[in-house]
Design a protein. Structure first.
Length: 102
């Protein structure tokens, strides 16, 4: 619903091979494209991703320094299925999910 604004074509999710056709040097699981304008509201996208993650049980920790992290296993998609990290505020762990450190 948030991918359409005015008369612009909706945002579209891309598979890894579609991204590779557009950007051969990029390695990823997928992508997002805005075919009509090439413009994506990064702030709104991050809020939507955060909301989806929290809906599925993720905990988002802000303003907490990351002191380490490691991949525990593979989720079958090549993106890492689980991870464990530690931050200044305590541990962060996901089994079968994704841990993102920024």
């Amino acid at each position: 619903a948030h991918g359409v604004h005015g008369d612009h074509e909706a945002l579209r999710l891309l598979q890894a091979h579609e991204v590779a056709e557009l950007e051969p040097e990029l390695r990823c699981m997928g992508g997002l494209i805005s075919p009509s304008t090439g413009i994506v509201d990064a702030h709104e996208l991050m809020l939507a991703l955060q909301g989806d993650a929290e809906t599925h049980g993720a905990t988002v920790v802000l303003n907490s320094p990351v002191t380490g992290g490691r991949v525990l296993g593979s989720g079958g998609g090549g993106g890492g299925g689980g991870g464990h990290g530690s931050s200044g505020g305590g541990g962060l762990q996901a089994g079968g999910g994704v841990v993102i450190f920024t």
